[in-house]
Ligand binder design. Structure first.
Ligand SMILES: NC(=O)c1ccc[n+]([C@@H]2O[C@H](COP(=O)([O-])OP(=O)(O)OC[C@H]3O[C@@H](n4cnc5c(N)ncnc54)[C@H](O)[C@@H]3O)[C@@H](O)[C@H]2O)c1
Length: 411
């Protein structure tokens, strides 16, 4: 393929996208302003763990992908930089996307296409991106074309989902959509829908909001059932036998860069309308505190007074990934700090950096020896493989991995 693609931002989304494209024959340069990250990639090392990704990475290298920390000239730019929310206003913080677009404008040629793959709230393109481009003297639709092509992949199954998920491309002009579709079609085997930009923006945010609200319902049920001594898991199991009911599982909270962030965009932009969305966010954000209360009750019931004998298993926001952003365990540790409870032990086999939080223990056996209560915050495969080692512990199982018995407590 002659088209040259530059992927801007080589994190959890930009890197898999760039190597997947390159391994399917697209001429790709990956750019990230983090020089250490680019150096690591150029020395032949992946920057995070993910099932099946190493093979794609080495294949992409053998097919000529380049990594650079400086901007390059290309035909199509795919921008995959962070889009956090402002903690006060709850609105999107578009600064990374704006800066990335400015960087692209300083190197691109006339006719380039800028695809924003980062998740953005509805009208972000109109409110922030179009004005920045026009202010730089470019005519949109002539000098530069813009598009929004949000990503749906789930960490833990990225390689499969990149190839098998349906995609959406939002554009002003359908023929630009077709050009972008050609690039994604190199690896995407599912339907690629072309629509307008605002529809694409809203669709992505709606998808994550739907997930958040459904998780919140399960979490609310867990709290109700706890108060009146009902088994939430059994109730959900039976209710789900109804042909039109599909309740999700409760858990210790919602983390990561998507579900715990994107619904806030709607709350920030539509405060008088996104009421259910706001409640769902509040319920999910309250779960780490609920877990903390349960730990305290279990300690009391078992006569354990020393919080340093409590061990949290799992620091990441979900199983079998190494991403700790916004994780329920981090939120729980924050809450503990507020309650002046310190010394709790933490273990996570997926996290290489053992200095993220205090009292992280590297060795699983040492971790188990140092605790009386094991709190399962994340159900990594590692835990399931080591079930024999923890049989004799008091377990607080927030992920419903273990059978209920006198030593196993649930949410
Ligand atoms: N992580 C997910 O599971 C997921 C899933 C779907 C969508 N998204 C969305 O994708 C976007 C990216 O998320 P992520 O998880 O990959 O973020 P990330 O933090 O892992 O990676 C972003 C990368 O962009 C780089 N960067 C920032 N500004 C730059 C610039 N101006 N020039 C060059 N590099 C720059 C950073 O150094 C970083 O390496 C976000 O909008 C996110 O909401 C994420």
């Amino acid at each position: 393929m002659n088209t040259k693609v530059c992927v801007v931002g080589l994190g959890y989304i930009g890197l898999p996208t760039s190597i997947m494209m390159a391994s399917h024959g697209v001429n790709v340069v990956g750019v990230d302003y983090n020089k250490a990250l680019v150096d690591k990639l150029n020395s032949g090392h992946m920057t995070f763990k993910e099932k099946g990704i190493d093979d794609i990475f080495f294949d992409a290298i053998s097919k000529g992908i380049k990594f650079s920390h400086e901007g390059v000239s290309a035909d199509i730019y795919i921008v995959a930089v962070p889009t956090p929310y402002n903690k006060l206003s709850k609105k999107i913080d578009p600064s990374y996307v704006i800066n990335a677009v400015k960087d692209v404008m300083s190197v691109c040629s006339k006719g380039a296409i800028i695809v924003i793959e980062s998740t953005i709230s509805p009208s972000t393109m109109d409110k922030y991106i179009r004005p920045v481009i026009e202010k730089n003297g470019f005519v949109i639709g002539k000098d530069i074309h813009i598009a929004h092509a949000p990503e749906r992949i789930i960490p833990g199954n990225m390689v499969y989902e990149l190839q098998h998920n349906s995609r959406t491309i939002g554009v002003d002009e359908p023929y630009i959509g077709e050009k972008i579709k050609e690039i994604y079609s190199s690896f995407c085997q599912n339907e690629i829908v072309i629509t307008d930009i605002k529809t694409a923006e809203m669709t992505k945010v709606v998808e994550n909001t739907f997930r958040d609200i459904n998780i919140a319902f399960a979490n609310e049920l867990a709290k109700i059932c706890r108060q009146d001594n009902m088994n939430v898991y059994e109730i959900i199991k039976i209710a789900n036998k109804h042909p039109r009911v599909n309740i999700l599982q409760p858990g210790p909270g919602v983390g990561g860069h998507c579900i715990s962030v994107d619904p806030w965009f709607l709350v920030g932009d539509y405060p008088n309308l996104a009421l259910l969305t706001h409640e769902a966010r509040k319920i999910n954000d309250s779960m780490p505190e609920f877990v903390l209360e349960r730990i305290s009750c279990i300690m009391e019931e078992r006569g354990i007074t020393d919080v340093s004998r409590v061990g949290l298993y799992g620091l990441t926001y979900k199983e079998d990934v190494d991403d700790v952003r916004e994780s329920p365990t981090l939120q729980l540790l924050e809450n503990m700090k507020k309650h002046l409870a310190s010394g709790v032990k933490v273990f996570d086999p997926m996290v290489a950096n053992k200095n993220i939080v205090p009292n992280m223990i590297y060795d699983f056996d040492e971790f188990l020896d140092s605790i009386d209560i094991l709190v399962v915050m994340v159900a990594h495969s590692h835990l399931k493989k080591n079930i024999n080692k923890i049989k004799d512990k008091i377990i607080f199982d927030t992920r419903n991995v273990f059978e209920l018995n006198k030593n196993v407590y649930k949410l």
